[in-house]
Design a protein around this ligand. Structure first.
Ligand code: GDP
Ligand code: IMO
Ligand code: MG
Length: 420
């Protein structure tokens, strides 16, 4: 009877897809609890690359039930496309389940997202993924959203979609609106076999002592409450979101695993204290292949930020870490970790939660000697280069929790397990 939560400890793209896929081997149920197709989770199995935007990263295990939880915003077209792609690759997808109360992203939400972004002036742009995430969640909290179950009742769907005067707020005609209603009703019919009452289902699974893994999307620093607001997403990727986005309560959760890259990246706008806009940053981007899974945008790169890591441990109650992409750091002469910030001549060791203040801090670094060895063939912790072990040890010291998983390549096998 274990419930584990896996979250991104930074600004997303930490390698949650890979680690969720690994942990799915020891799970009965995997649940996405927030976000939508702004997420891009990559899994590599025997050279084949899977990029999942809507479907939980446990889907490649036929005996693992995969649930899109109530806290997710669903793009039916993207979801159906993903189901079809997986089927083409030989996966049945019979293990997929979709919450009846998850909210639905409409094409109008996407249009609004793009329109809002283009009307923002320089310095206030968020750099969203333009997938309609913000507007869809806005409609949810405004209590006028369309839920997955509404796709199944034509009259309800018509009433909800027509209730929004889209023709007045967007450059669309009533014929466009009617087409969306027809398309979405048709999507509903396609996904109908997967739709369930996820809250009751998850409680049944829990009662039957099933092992449940809750998979976060985005990351702590993109959380609408705990991230660099307003340069954030519109949901709660942090551990609290796992409860509200699934219906499982906080005392059921036994472990919270934070996935952290061995350095740090960010896509989109907003403060980033350890960003490297020099050759070193370029080297991290090139070696790490740091281009967005969803939008293809170059990711901003920088040294690991220990202040953010500690903050992430705190706001998520992290119990252990999975450190990813350590292999990318081979060949750097020096590697740095930010251990504190300086602001107005004062040293601080906590994260200012105000984005403006965070944009003014200067990182204070601890420097480590690098290593030359290629790590991708190593499977035992003891075989890692001494300097690499020192680096991991310091990350554990800062976080105050063990790094139980060390990832040294994108595929399943390139992983070192510790303390297990
Ligand atoms: P997610 O959004 O957190 O699931 O992460 P993404 O899939 O967007 O980005 C992580 C990228 O790094 C993907 O291309 C992964 O295949 C890749 N990756 C994950 N772990 C490792 C690792 O340990 N080493 C290397 N080289 N690549 C990794
Ligand atoms: P995964 O799950 C990295 C970023 C966007 C933008 C901000 C708001 O793959 O880690 P949104 O479209 O959500 O309104 O955009 O959040 N963002 C991500 N960055 N990884 C993600 O997901 C992201 N999802 C959203 O770039 O800065
Ligand atoms: Mg990603």
């Amino acid at each position: 009877m274990t419930v584990k939560v896996l979250i991104g400890a930074q600004w997303g793209d930490e390698g949650k897809g890979k680690i969720t896929d690994l942990l799915s081997n020891e799970a009965d149920v995997v649940v996405r609890y927030q976000g939508g197709n702004n997420a891009g989770h990559t899994i590599v199995v025997e050279g084949e690359v899977f990029k999942l935007h809507m479907i939980p990263s446990g889907i490649l295990y036929e005996n693992v039930e995969c649930v899109i939880g109530n806290g997710v915003v669903v793009s039916p077209a993207v979801l159906i496309g993903e189901i079809d792609k997986l089927k083409t690759k030989g996966y049945s997808v019979n293990n997929l389940k979709i919450s009846n109360t998850a909210h639905v992203i409409l094409p109008f939400h996407e249009m609004m997202d793009k329109q809002q972004e283009s009307s923002r002036s320089e310095g206030t742009k968020i750099g969203t993924t333009s997938r309609g995430i913000g507007p869809a969640y806005t409609d949810k909290v405004s209590r006028r959203g369309v839920r997955v179950k509404d796709l199944l009742v034509k009259e309800t769907l018509e009433t909800l979609i027509n209730g929004r005067n889209w023709t007045e707020i967007l450059d669309v005609t009533q014929a466009d609106v009617d087409k969306v209603i027809a398309d979405y009703y048709a999507y509903g019919q396609i996904i109908k076999p997967y739709i369930i009452d996820s809250v009751n289902y998850l409680h049944e699974q829990y009662a039957q002592k099933k092992r449940i893994l809750l998979e976060g999307a985005q990351g702590t620093m993109l959380d609408v409450d705990f991230g660099t607001y307003p340069f954030v997403t519109s949901s709660n990727p942090t551990a609290g979101g796992a409860c509200t986005g699934s219906g499982l309560g906080p005392t059921m959760i036994r472990e919270v695993i934070g996935v952290a890259k061995a350095y740090i990246t960010r896509v989109g706008e907003g403060p980033f204290p350890t960003e490297l806009t020099n050759e070193t940053g370029e080297m991290l981007r090139t070696k790490g292949g740091e281009f967005g899974t969803t939008t293809g945008r170059p990711r901003r790169c920088g040294w690991l930020d220990g202040v953010i890591l500690k903050y992430s441990v705190n706001v998520n109650s992290l119990t252990s870490l999975a450190i990813t992409k350590l292999d990318i750091l081979s060949g750097f002469k020096e590697i740095k970790i930010c251990t504190a910030y300086e602001i107005n001549g004062k040293k601080i060791d906590y994260l200012p939660t105000d984005a403006k203040e965070l944009s003014l801090v200067k990182p204070i670094y601890q420097t480590f000697a690098g290593w030359e060895e290629d790590l991708t063939g190593i499977r035992e912790y003891s075989a890692l280069p001494a300097n690499c072990k020192k680096y991991i040890k310091e990350i554990e010291n800062i976080a105050g929790i063990p790094a139980n998983i060390i990832s040294i390549g994108n595929s399943r096998d390139k992983t070192i397990y510790r303390y297990v």
